[in-house]
Write a protein that binds this ligand. Structure first.
Ligand SMILES: [Zn+2]
Length: 487
C-alpha cells in the first residue's frame, strides 16, 4: 500500500463517487471504502480520525466479543488515568527508550508550567505498575487480572485510518502473578484468546507465535503476537501479548510476602488489541463493490428490501415489517422502507456497506409466501418460505461466517512459501508472496542480513521444530521463522 492516507487525501466531505478496483488500486480502494461506507472521516489534526457510527458499531461488536472472552478467563475491567508522570516512564530503561520517540507531552496546564511534565499514555504498564505496588501485599492478593478499554496516543508521522493513527482505541490487559510460570501461562492464554477472536468473530485466520528479540515490546521478557496476511502480501500484527517477567515489578517495586514468609517480586503480563483489527477486516474481506462484513461483527446482519410497486405495496411493506419483527432480537435487522430511492439503488448501497444478507420481498413473493435471500459473500441466492425465514436467515448468516473464514484461510495457506536460501527469501518477498517460512540458526547477524537484503522483518518464531539449516549461514537451524513485509 502506498503512503497515501485519509489525512492526506483531498477533502471531499466524505463523498466518494466510485470505489476503485481492489486489485489494481489497493490503497485508494481502502480509503474509498472507509469513506463511502461511512466508517470514518477526516479531521483537521493530522493522524486523528473520526470514527462514524457505522464504524464505531463494528468496533463495539468487536469489544463485546473480546470482553466476553476476557471475563470468561477471569479478568475484570478498570480504568487508569490518561496522564502519566515523566518519572514513571523513566523507571524502566528499555520501556522509555522504546516509547520516547512516540510520546506526546503536556507541559502546561491551567495557564502554568507543570512541575513535572505529563505524558499522554502510549500504553499503561507504568501507571498500572505504580498502583499494583500499592495494592499488592501478600500472595493472597494475587493474581490481579485487570483489563482496560481506552485510547492511547503515539506520535506518528505517516498515518492510515485504523492501521496507524496517532490516537487509537484499544484494550490493554495488565496482570500480576505469584510466579514467572503463571505469567507465562497467562501471556500464552491471552494470545490464544486473540487467535480465537480473530478467527471465530472476525473470520481472519492468523499465524501466532513468539516475536524475535528485535521485535519484542520494550521491557518484555517475551512477546507473542497474532499476524494476519493482507491481500497485498503484507502482514498485519493484529494483537500482542507480553510476558514482562519481573522487569516492571523491579522498576515499580511490586513485591509480595509469599506463604514461605519471604518477600518476592511479582511477575507481570500485558496484552493489547486495537481497532487495527477493523482495518484488517476491511482489507481481508472487502471487494470491488465495497465492504463485506462477517455476520458476527456486522451492525446490520440482514436488510429487508421490500419491492414496493403496484396496488399490493401496503401489504408488501406490512409483510416486510412483520418479517423484521420476527427476526428480532436474535438477528440485527433493518427494514429499508425508503420510498425516495429504487430497490436497485438500495441493493447496491447495502452491498457497499457489507451487510451479510439481503432479504427481498415483492408482491409475487408475498403471494407465494416466500422471500429471496441474497448473501453478500459467495453466491447462495435462494428462495425460502416465509414460515421458515428465521431459521433460513440464521443458517445463511452462519454459512456466510464460515465461507468468509474459509476463503481467507485458503488465501493464507496458499501464501506461505518456504525458502531455504537468502536468494529465495529476497525473491519471495519481492514477488509479494506473503509469509516466507525459513529456518534460522538464532544468530542475530543472520537476521540482520535477511532484513537488509529482503526489506522484510521476522514476524514470528513458530512453535514448529526446526529440522534443516539456517537460510543465511547454513548452520544447523534452531527455529522456524516467518518473514514478511508488515504494516
Ligand atoms: Zn544463521
Amino acid at each position: 500500500m502506498s503512503q497515501r492516507s485519509i489525512a492526506q487525501a483531498p477533502d471531499e466531505g466524505g463523498f466518494v463517487k466510485e470505489i476503485p478496483s481492489k486489485s489494481k488500486h489497493f490503497a485508494d480502494w481502502y480509503t474509498a471504502v472507509i469513506l463511502k461506507a461511512e466508517l470514518a472521516d477526516y479531521y483537521p489534526v493530522h493522524g486523528c480520525t473520526v470514527i462514524r457510527p457505522y464504524g464505531y458499531t463494528i468496533w463495539e461488536l468487536m469489544q463485546q466479543g473480546l470482553d466476553r472472552r476476557f471475563k470468561a478467563t477471569g479478568h475484570t475491567n478498570a480504568y487508569f488515568p490518561l496522564f502519566i508522570p515523566q518519572s514513571f516512564l523513566h523507571r524502566e530503561a528499555e520501556h522509555v527508550e522504546g516509547f520516547a520517540p512516540e510520546l506526546a507531552w503536556v507541559t502546561r496546564g491551567g495557564g502554568e508550567e507543570l512541575a513535572e511534565p505529563l505524558a499522554v499514555r502510549p500504553t499503561s504498564e507504568t501507571a498500572i505498575g505504580h498502583m499494583y505496588a500499592r495494592w499488592i501485599r501478600s500472595y493472597r492478593d494475587l493474581p490481579i487480572l485487570i483489563n482496560q478499554w481506552c485510547n492511547v496516543v503515539r506520535w506518528e508521522k505517516a498515518t492510515r485510518p485504523f492501521l496507524r493513527t496517532m490516537e487509537f482505541l484499544w484494550q490493554e490487559g495488565h496482570t500480576a502473578h505469584r510466579t514467572p510460570e503463571e505469567a507465562e501461562t497467562e501471556a500464552r492464554q491471552m494470545l490464544e484468546v486473540y487467535r480465537d477472536f480473530a478467527e471465530t468473530d472476525v473470520a481472519i485466520p492468523v499465524l501466532s507465535g513468539r516475536k524475535p528479540e528485535s521485535e519484542k515490546f520494550p521491557g518484555a521478557e517475551h512477546s507473542y503476537a497474532i499476524e494476519a496476511l493482507m491481500p497485498d502480501g503484507q502482514a498485519l500484527q493484529a494483537g500482542t501479548s507480553h510476558n514482562l517477567g519481573q522487569n516492571f515489578a523491579r522498576a515499580f517495586n511490586i513485591k509480595f510476602l509469599d506463604s514461605d514468609n519471604t518477600e518476592k517480586f511479582v511477575s507481570t503480563t500485558s496484552w493489547g488489541l486495537s481497532w487495527r483489527m477493523l482495518g484488517g477486516l476491511i482489507m481481508v474481506h472487502g471487494d470491488d463493490r465495497g465492504l463485506v462484513l462477517p455476520p458476527r461483527v456486522a451492525p446490520i446482519q440482514a436488510v429487508i428490501v421490500p419491492i414496493l410497486t403496484g396496488k399490493a405495496r401496503d401489504d408488501v411493506l406490512a409483510a416486510a415489517r412483520a418479517v423484521g419483527a420476527r427476526l428480532q432480537p436474535g438477528i440485527r435487522v433493518r427494514v429499508d422502507d425508503r420510498t425516495e430511492v429504487t430497490p436497485g439503488w438500495k441493493f447496491n448501497d447495502w452491498e457497499m456497506r457489507g451487510v451479510p444478507v439481503r432479504i427481498e420481498l415483492g408482491p409475487r413473493d408475498l403471494q407465494a409466501h416466500q422471500v429471496t435471500l441474497v448473501p453478500r459473500a459467495g453466491d447462495g441466492r435462494r428462495v425460502v418460505p416465509l414460515d421458515g425465514v428465521v431459521e433460513a436467515v440464521s443458517a445463511a448468516l452462519e454459512e456466510a461466517q464460515q465461507t468468509m473464514f474459509r476463503r481467507a484461510k485458503d488465501y493464507l495457506d496458499s501464501h506461505i512459501v518456504a525458502a531455504s536460501t537468502r536468494e529465495e527469501v529476497v525473491a519471495a518477498i519481492a514477488a509479494r508472496s506473503g509469509f516466507v517460512r525459513i529456518e534460522w540458526c538464532g544468530n542475530d547477524a543472520c537476521e540482520q542480513t535477511l532484513r537488509r537484503e529482503s526489506g522484510a522483518s521476522p514476524r514470528l518464531i513458530s512453535e514448529e521444530a526446526a529440522s534443516g539449516r539456517c537460510a543465511v549461514c547454513g548452520a544447523p537451524a534452531r527455529f522456524v521463522v516467518y518473514y514478511a513485509r508488515a504494516y
